[in-house]
Design a protein around this ligand. Structure first.
Ligand code: SF4
Length: 233
C-alpha cells in the first residue's frame, strides 16, 4: 500500500473553465473563479491511497481482490484476463473541503465546488499516470462500486473496498476520507474504485442508458452491454 500525500496538480483558471465546459466567458464569472482560486490554490493538498492487488477465485459474477470478495458481473467480465489491479481512494483533500463560504453565498459556493471537482479530476489523472509509469502499464480503466444506472456492483461494497486498506478508520487516518454509514465519502469530492489494465478502454457510462447526465464520459452502447449479459458473453 502506498499513500500519495500531496499530489502535484496545476489548479488554474483554464483547468477549471475546461472542467466546467463553459461556453461563454464573462468577466464576472472569471473574477469569481479567480477569487476562489486565490483561496484554494495555496492550501490544496489532494491525496490518494492505492494498493497493488491480485485477482483470485473468479466465479460467474464474483471474484476476490486481495482476498476480499466482490460481487459484480461487469467487474468479473472486465477482469477475466487480468491478474493485477490497483484499488484506490483519491480525494481533493480536507483542506479544500474546510474552506468556509457562507451558505447564503451560492455563487462562491458553486465556483468553489467546481474548483474542488477540478482538483479531484487532476489528482485522478496524476495517480493514473504515476501508476502507468511505476508499474509499466499501458491503458488503464476503472470501475467503482455503485457506479452506473443499472448497478451491478452495489455501493455497499465500498466497505469491502476500504477493507483492502485496513478499513474505514485507517483510510480516514491515512488520507482524511471518511466513509459514512450510507457508503458516501467525505470530502464528497473523493472517488474510490479499482484501476485495471485494459486493451480496450472501458467506462461504466457505456452500460448506462441514463439521459442528460452531466457526468457522462462515454456514449451508451447497447453492443457493449451485450458483452456483459451471461447468455451472450
Ligand atoms: S452516464 Fe452518468 S449516471 Fe451513468 S454511469 Fe455515467 S456518470 Fe454515472
Amino acid at each position: 500500500m502506498e499513500v500519495l500525500n500531496s499530489i502535484p496538480i496545476e489548479l488554474e483558471l483554464e483547468a477549471v473553465i475546461k472542467r466546467m465546459r463553459l461556453r461563454k466567458r464573462n468577466d464576472n464569472i472569471l473574477d469569481n473563479i479567480r477569487e476562489m482560486l486565490d483561496i484554494a490554490v495555496p492550501i490544496a493538498r489532494p491525496k490518494a491511497v492505492y494498493e497493488v492487488s491480485y485477482v483470485e477465485n473468479k466465479n460467474e459474477d464474483s471474484l476476490q481482490i486481495s482476498g476480499v470478495a466482490f460481487t459484480s458481473r461487469v467487474l468479473r467480465v472486465n477482469l477475466d484476463k487480468v491478474e493485477r489491479v490497483f484499488p484506490y481512494v483519491i480525494t481533493c483533500g480536507r483542506e479544500l473541503e474546510e474552506i468556509d463560504i457562507p451558505s447564503t453565498d451560492f455563487i462562491k459556493g458553486y465556483y468553489l465546488d467546481q474548483i474542488k471537482e477540478t482538483a479531484l479530476a487532476l489528482a485522478r489523472q496524476q495517480v493514473e499516470s504515476y501508476l502507468k509509469k511505476r508499474y509499466a502499464l499501458g491503458q488503464l480503466s476503472r470501475m467503482a462500486p455503485g457506479a452506473g444506472a443499472e448497478i451491478d456492483w452495489p455501493i455497499t461494497q465500498q466497505m469491502e473496498l476500504f477493507s483492502i486498506f485496513g478499513g474505514r478508520e485507517k483510510v480516514e487516518e491515512l488520507i482524511g476520507v471518511r466513509l459514512t454509514d450510507t457508503f458516501l465519502m467525505v470530502p464528497i469530492k473523493s472517488i474510490s474504485g479499482i484501476f485495471f489494465p485494459t486493451e480496450v478502454s472501458f467506462e461504466s457510462c457505456q452500460l448506462c442508458p441514463r439521459e442528460q447526465c452531466i457526468g457522462r464520459r462515454a456514449p451508451y452502447d447497447p453492443e457493449v452491454v451485450k458483452k456483459y449479459r451471461p447468455e451472450e458473453a
